[in-house]
Design a protein around this ligand. Structure first.
Ligand SMILES: *[C@@H]1O[C@H](CO)[C@@H](O)[C@H](O)[C@H]1NC(C)=O
Ligand SMILES: *[C@@H]1O[C@H](CO)[C@@H](O)[C@H](O)[C@H]1NC(C)=O
Ligand SMILES: *[C@@H]1O[C@H](CO)[C@@H](O)[C@H](O)[C@H]1NC(C)=O
Length: 624
């Protein structure tokens, strides 16, 4: 590790915290990176990820670009350019958290439909040297003038338009994590994203498809129109997208710190735009936003320790409950194949039934449900209710409240040379959030208020809305986001998480089981076809889709026939949730050429890292 200085650098502006690792060198390398990628000279077709991949991933042992191996550090984002940005920060001597800040900002620029500084996120950080695991809750909160019945007369305003916006938390949270762990200057973490927004970035298929799918939403808003349909023409895959106002906002936040957003010019412009559009956000709301930092929620199950977010995430608890139930079957074999899939679906249905009792623990007492969802004896009670010969109608699962249908999101995983591990899920909720881009800041407004339940809501499942998740000023809505760090015998075994709203928990649990329990290699574990259930409607959704790179993902006929025989109704879907996965292996089975290493840094054993980005979103991981 290089020197961590705390010199005051004029380049850091008046942002008071300065941690600099040979600043001059970092700037030089950054210029080199931008030059290689064609960014510094504004080359129209940024071939960034092809070139940098050749450069940085030269060691990759795999033909498949969706997987990379390294001893020194990896980033698995859902966009290859952002994985490279993260790896660039690791190469400068950055902590995994430095890479996470830079990667999150990058994803916010190139995947603006799913995330950004106008939204919120969850971050789990596990430090290798101290074994401390922290949960950074940077989720949006209800504005101070929000109220339980605010959508009574206009239910559509809950997910569309400026009233659907929660107070953004992402920047505050990234800064809080960086203050604790960061080694690089705050400023440099922003440079690649500023360049991408200013000089333009190529619209990749996933964004291109979303622009097309949400044409109406984009054309209805002057801000979105200017960025995604300049001169009246909708951007397509392969076009270059510019968001110059966002570049300016990022520049100001890079120089002046998050105060520029929470108590400065960027925030003032944002609030002005939001209020002009008819929203209720105030400067006071921004000033009062508080990141919540707690110990990560730790759950022991199946011989692993899962470190994740406590409520208002239902993710860690949901995964814990499903795994505790499956654990009762006593062996990996019993949860394999078609019967294993039926058992998993039943466990998921029971989990969805109970999770709607959860809410923001600062406002509602969720102690009982937290202990139930993590309790092996509660899992045993549920296990007795699962039958191998049949599935049941929704009433059987004793669901009391209607399900939250959340959306959007982007997930990435990072592990650095010391084996510090970071898992981040970030979101603006619906694609392009509430359908409003603040014209003077370039920021897409989230519509996270839709993740609250409201008393007058009529839901497709005909169940009443969940009171634990009703709106109150300052409250955070329930979430499915499930960023996890996984330990085995106190050593880092993996990092995992996903995007896709209500499909996240089913996806993460399937990828976890595939790799950690069934022993599938990491790429196969992520690629394998998945199933989803929402309890109501009483339908199993199965994947049958040809993804962007031409690969076909389809549940086997045998499994489908088996499920139908048990009474499951099946429905075909395209792409479900997206998962990124990093695993650390101490056996090194994929790299026969290299001599076995028995390295040790601090308390952490150093194994080989393998990172996978989900082919469903055509992401690319990167390694040092
Ligand atoms: C929360 O509920 C639990 C039981 O469900 C109870 O033991 C505890 O005292 C309650 N906590 C508060 C702060 O009310
Ligand atoms: C399933 O098996 C149980 C006994 O294990 C039996 O009572 C029940 O009738 C069976 N249901 C179906 C649909 O076959
Ligand atoms: C899966 O999709 C293919 C076309 O891509 C179709 O021919 C096939 O019938 C589908 N299978 C199922 C089970 O839906």
């Amino acid at each position: 590790m290089e020197n961590v200085g705390s010199t005051e650098s004029p380049l850091l502006g008046n942002h008071k915290k300065s941690k600099v690792i040979s600043w001059g060198k970092a700037v030089f390398s950054l210029l080199a990176l931008l030059t290689i990628t064609g960014l510094a000279f504004g080359s129209r077709k940024t071939s960034w990820f092809v070139t940098t991949e050749q450069r940085f991933n030269g060691k990759a042992q795999f033909d498949n670009p969706e997987i990379v191996e390294s001893d020194r550090g990896v980033v698995a984002a859902d966009d290859g350019r952002c994985s490279n940005v993260g790896v660039f920060m690791l190469r400068q001597g950055g902590h995994a958290v430095d890479a996470a800040v830079a990667t999150a900002l990058c994803v916010g620029v190139v995947n603006p439909m799913a995330s950004g500084i106008g939204g919120g996120a969850f971050m789990v950080v596990r430090s290798a040297s101290t074994s401390e695991a922290l949960a950074f809750d940077m989720r949006e909160t209800a504005p101070s003038s929000a109220s339980e019945n605010m959508y009574k007369n206009d239910p559509g305003a809950k997910n569309l338009g400026p009233l659907s916006m929660g107070v953004p938390g992402e920047l505050a949270g990234l800064h809080e994590a960086w203050k604790k762990y960061g080694r690089l200057s705050w400023r440099i973490l922003f440079q690649p994203s500023i360049q991408l927004a200013k000089n333009g970035f190529e619209v990749l298929p996933y964004l291109g498809n979303d622009i097309l799918k949400h044409e109406e939403k984009i054309k209805a808003d002057p801000g979105l129109r200017e960025v995604f349909a300049p001169n009246g023409r909708l951007l397509q895959t392969g076009d270059i997208c510019y968001n110059v106002k966002l570049a300016d906002s990022l520049q100001a936040i890079a120089e002046h710190g998050p105060q520029a957003f929470y108590n400065g010019m960027v925030g003032e412009k944002l609030v002005r735009d939001v209020r002009e559009a008819g929203g209720i956000l105030t400067m006071e709301d921004l000033r009062n936003y508080k990141v919540k930092v707690t110990d990560a929620l730790a759950v022991d199950v199946m011989g692993f320790e899962l470190l994740g977010m406590p409520p208002p995430s239902s993710g860690t608890l949901g995964i814990a409950m499903i795994l505790n139930i499956l654990n009762k079957y006593g062996s990996a074999n019993a949860i394999k194949g078609s019967l294993g899939l039926h058992r998993l679906i039943e466990a998921m249905k029971h989990m969805f039934a109970i999770r709607m009792n959860l809410g923001d623990p600062a406002f509602v007492n969720v102690t009982k449900y937290m202990s139930d969802m993590t309790s092996p004896s509660f899992a045993e009670e549920i296990w007795h209710k699962i039958y191998d010969n049949t599935t049941f109608p929704p009433e059987y699962y004793l669901s009391r409240w209607s399900q939250l249908q959340d959306h959007g999101t982007s997930h990435f995983c990072i592990v650095d040379a010391e084996r510090n591990a970071v898992s981040v899920t970030t979101t603006v909720n619906y694609p392009f959030g509430g359908g409003v881009l603040s014209p003077s800041t370039g920021i897409v407004l989230n519509d996270e208020m839709d993740d609250f339940s409201t008393p007058t809501e009529v839901s497709p499942d005909n169940l009443p809305p969940a009171p634990a998740n009703f709106i109150q000023p300052g409250k955070r809505p329930l979430s499915s986001m499930t960023p996890l760090v996984i330990l085995k015998d106190d050593q880092l075994a993996g990092v995992i998480g996903g995007s896709g709203g209500m499909k996240i928990i089913p996806a993460v649990v399937q990828v976890f089981l595939n790799h950690f329990v069934q022993g599938m290699d990491p790429l196969t574990a992520v690629q394998s076809p998945r199933v989803y259930h929402e309890l109501i409607p009483n339908v199993v959704s199965y994947e049958n889709v040809t993804v962007i790179d031409g690969e076909h993902i389809e549940l086997s006929q045998e499994k489908m026939a088996f499920l139908e025989e048990k009474g499951h109704q099946l429905k075909r879907i395209g792409i479900g949730a997206i998962c990124q996965l990093i695993v650390q292996t101490f056996e090194n089975p994929v790299d026969l050429g290299r001599k076995t290493r028995k390295n040790h840094i601090g308390n952490a054993n150093i194994g080989t890292l393998i990172a996978v980005s989900d082919p469903r979103k055509d992401g690319r991981p990167a390694g040092i």
